[in-house]
Design a protein around this ligand. Structure first.
Ligand SMILES: *Cc1c(COP(=O)(O)O)cnc(C)c1O
Length: 340
């Protein structure tokens, strides 16, 4: 490892690495794309992304497995999801096979930044696209840039995953028939006030409800929910305005195929939260963050798993998925993309 990085003390922040991938779309076509050492972007002050937020992104990780390979986890699903995001935002799709190839090239060009196995740190990859030409009337850009940079990040939870307390939010995340199901920057811009407000009130996250009836659980600003019933079933909320988390979809497979747990993907009512034994948030960054308590306007819903550790089913899900990712447990066909 030639990079002089203290892997154990890395936080979740941006560190500039050697190379990133850049491709440009102009006159109706993507160029060949290239790796570059230039970590900056220069564009018109009137670029569509700056005026009308025409941008979407993805997030995935590369890391070293127990047997010393460097791999990515299911990058084909990130490619497909970004294609969905682009179509909804009137942006040109970057072809899915080329997306996976670009992920491969970026990791291969920054191998020294892939943290060692067992450090808890990983190389986080951020593919993103934005409308780059000047647009003043409200319409889509005609020129776009697709980039993938990477940055080494520390374990999301230093010193283990303690259960968190979250609140039921009075803010809404995604309108019915809106953009909640795509990974658009605009969904995050409007969540920033809600998350800062939650933090000021002493909560780690917001639980967003469906805006139409405010009776059903959707997700948090950047993670899907999983619930465990008292008899060991995995339940995950279903809604057209939830972002389809790759971690959540993978956990559903892990529960069913590896742990023999029944899985239900269905609407989850706020009023039934008290019936669950365990609750967690899932996403690429933390894999699973256990939730110990949900506060709904003063009413506390405390899960039996408590505030000291993950519930036992959540722990099994976490251990199995991270075991698959790290090569300790055989992965389903196609889940690990080997880079080196
Ligand atoms: C990215 C994201 C997630 C998590 O998705 P993963 O593919 O598991 O990383 C969940 N919710 C929202 C709103 C997201 O943007």
């Amino acid at each position: 490892m030639s990079k002089d990085i203290d892997w154990g003390s890395l936080g979740f922040g941006y560190i500039q690495t050697d190379k990133r991938f850049v491709a440009n779309y102009k006159d109706g076509a993507w160029d060949a794309g290239t790796l570059t050492g230039d970590a900056t972007v220069t564009m018109s002050e009137c670029a569509c992304v700056l005026q009308y937020a025409q941008t979407c992104f993805e997030g995935l990780k590369a890391y070293r497995t127990e047997d010393g390979r460097v791999v990515c986890f299911r990058p084909d699903l990130n490619a497909a999801r970004m294609a969905d995001s682009c179509r909804r935002l009137e942006m040109p799709v970057f072809p899915e096979e080329r997306f996976v190839q670009a992920v491969h090239e970026v990791v291969a060009a920054n191998l020294d930044f892939v943290p060692p196995y067992g450090s808890g740190a990983t190389l986080y990859l951020r593919p993103f696209m934005f409308g780059s030409n000047a647009v003043i009337g409200v319409k889509p850009a005609t020129e776009f840039q697709f980039r993938i940079f990477c940055t080494p990040v520390g374990p999301y939870f230093k010193g283990g995953a303690k259960p968190i307390t979250i609140r039921v939010s009075d803010f809404d995340r995604a309108a019915p028939h809106g953009t909640g199901h795509i990974k658009a920057g605009l969904n995050y811009a409007m969540s920033l006030h809600a998350i800062m407000d939650a933090h000021r009130q002493g909560f780690a996250e917001n639980m967003y409800l469906d805006p139409a009836t405010r009776s059903k659980v959707e997700e948090t600003g950047g993670a899907n929910f999983i619930f465990i019933t008292k008899d060991g079933k995995l339940v995950t909320p279903k809604s057209n305005s939830i972002l389809p988390s790759i971690t959540r979809r993978s956990l559903m497979v892990v529960a069913e195929r590896y742990l023999g747990m029944p899985v239900e993907h269905r609407e989850v009512l706020l009023s039934e939260l008290g019936d669950f034994a365990e609750c967690g948030l899932c996403g690429t960054a933390a894999v699973i963050s256990p939730v110990g308590k949900v506060v709904d306007h003063g009413r506390e819903i405390c899960f039996p798993s408590g505030m000291e550790q993950m519930g036992s089913y959540t722990q099994k899900l976490y251990d199995t998925l991270t075991g698959i990712q790290m090569g300790r447990i055989p992965a389903p066909e196609g889940w690990l993309h080997t880079i080196a």
